[in-house]
Design a protein around this ligand. Sequence first.
Ligand code: KG4
Ligand code: ZN
Length: 360
Amino acid sequence: MGTNGGMLNRESQRTILGIETSCDETAAAVVRDGREVLSSVVYSQIPLHQAYGGVVPEIASRSHLEKISGVIQEAMAKANADWKDIDAISVTYGPGLASSLIVGLSAAKGLALALGKPLIGINHLEAHIHSVFLKSDAPDPHEVCPMLALVVSGGHTCWVDVPQVGQYRVIGQTLDDAAGEAFDKAAKLLGLGYPGGPVIDRVAKQAARSDAVAFPKGRPRPGNPALGAMKAEMCVSFSGLKTSLMYHLREHPPTPEQVPEIVSAYQEAIVGALVDRCDVALKNGDYRALAVGGGVSLNGRLRTRLAELTAAQGMTILLALPKDCGDNAAMIAGLAGMGCGVTGEDAFRLDVVPALEIGG
Ligand code: KG4
Ligand code: ZN
């Protein structure tokens, strides 16, 4: 455990330890006042799951159990923090894999009880939105609301109306696969490895053109019952894209030279659908900024296209630092530091909620 080097001033600051174990990253972080990251430690389990081409829940939860104590100790030491400097313990309670979430939530409850500190339960997706504010040059979150947020990760793809800090309403989403899942499944079909997003991003850059294959555009039809109360123009559907790739590969087995063009066309279909929905939402709403969070927000093509879109509309775009795009605990402690989340006795009674929704 680190000693207090006098860095933290408990009287004037609210310093929070965050814990995140919703999927396959074991993470802990210490964040002051919701924005200032004193430490952020992420242990990625990717090598453990690579052989299976996806996350294996039991392997994930056992690895969280092994690593969680060390990761928390490292985050405390890197922040040069002592337990007396920590004002509260925050933790992800959903959405995610139940068996993974349980490890973090149990650790957080144990720590909070033993230390006599408040516990704060945080929604992982809402925290992805907050990740854009962990940069030192990011604006004050209160000043850019109302904002539109796009959450694009391995498990989720949705557009969120954020009228004020801590208030969220989903206005669009995927009807089936998340964008990250669509990247991961394509990479698996092409034998490019796991996770698929980073490798597709890299391989697509080698392509001379992005229209070699006509993939479905990822736009659901109005009247699709899966839309519920959502507008078709604000939703996407990526499962047809993956099926289309499967048929294409079966009918036209590619040479290694053709793979980049296929990958580029596939990426363009996903990015095109995401950018199009942002365009619709920004035109129809009264927003001050577009915030983009989640692992897929690392995608180079998506960043370029969204930067072009927002520049054309004179809109501010907020993107997280690369290290804060994927799963991490700084976004958990950060959102807790903004006064958000489940607090008091309710937090100590929390169970994990694997299907927790934004604003839920
Ligand atoms: O947010 P995240 O780390 O975990 C979840 O909460 O799901 O997102 C992981 C997802 C994976 O599907 C991964 O393939 C994708 O983010 N991803 C990318 C890129 N880097 C990671 N997708 C596209 N382009 C990238 N550069
Ligand atoms: Zn995530």
